[in-house]
Design a protein around this ligand. Sequence first.
Ligand code: URA
Ligand code: CA
Length: 413
Amino acid sequence: MDTKEIAKKIAQKEPLGKNLIDNFITSYCNGKISDDEILPIIKAIYENDISDQDLFFLTDAMKNSGHTLDLKELGQVIDKHSTGGVSDTTTIILVPICAVLGTKMLKLSGRGLGFTGGTCDKLEAFCGYKTDIDLKDAINLVKRNGGCMMTSSLEIAPADKKIYSLRNKTGLVDNVSLIASSIMSKKLASGANIIVLDVKYGNGAFMQNLKIAKKLGNKMKRIGELAGKKVKIVYGKMSQPLGYNIGPKLETMEAIKVLEGKEKGNLYKDSVRLASICVSLDKHIPFFWAKHKVIKTIKDKTALEKLKVMVKSQGGSLELFGEDYSKPTLVTKSNIGGKVKGYNTKVLGEIVCEMGTNVRTANDKIDYNLGVITTKKIGDKVKIGDDLFKIYAKDLVQAKEVEKKLLSTILIK
Ligand code: URA
Ligand code: CA
């Protein structure tokens, strides 16, 4: 296969068509063409873009490179996906809410990517929670509980894994078409009929501003529609951590607090908004009506009870307070007064990942207990001596190192 010829076609805006695209994706997956050989094609897409129709064929070919989940026996199933941010536990909050209201979800979640934490790591912070379960068991859990949050050892879109890793090595990550096909290949494989995509933008997200987020959103919507799915795109600002807590167990605790009705900040608002969209699309009811139902599941604690049942069904327990979270290793105080003007959210996420909450090497294990609690949101007043960060570190030495870095991530004026 002459991949340079294909790259030339892309540069000249000639359509590629399904057969050609299927062919080079299959050949790449089974090793008939190498990284070096496919690179000109990826680069040509990066530099020139391709038509929506060809982008759909590409996404579909990537989807078909691995397992696709067949969830027909569950009837209508919704999937929600966030493009990633910091302190985002909306999945853990909204899956039980939706389950109470009869909106079914079988949520496949991933590990941390870059500076963002992965939902899977957070779920495993529930002592004993088994995330890697077979599809048959997962389907039965959705039938019984209304929802299931898991990872999968089934190979979902392996072509995406290979292409993503090649893009990562060659500096070809930040292209809207390539990102859209990467995300949608996995979403189309996940078997849902309705897909809600929460596209985050800002300094704590992969998309830096709303304009580029909209470009990505529109492409993903188009791909989904060409695949015959109902797709709803929602945009969310991520210029500060969504919740207050950063780190697997700390974030899980905050999700529980939201379901207990004790936390009504941005994380609560975002979760309610997303859950309401999912329910309104699933049940064909207006957003305000869905929102009323969603809030009720928090007020009457039925969503909290549902989370307990779901966690227990997967071998876990909400008793994750083995550690004493009332005593951080170190509390950072402000030595100036003013108002919080901003956070460098990406760096904040990186600092917590580097503490040991997002290790990727085969032998290292994630330390679920570590992390940071922020105490202020943008616009909040700060007095001298106010707490800024509560640090939960391995020891005081690590806490002091972290403190130095943290102080450069908040702007107070
Ligand atoms: N997330 C993905 O899954 N793929 C990308 O290309 C970027 C973010
Ligand atoms: Ca995610």
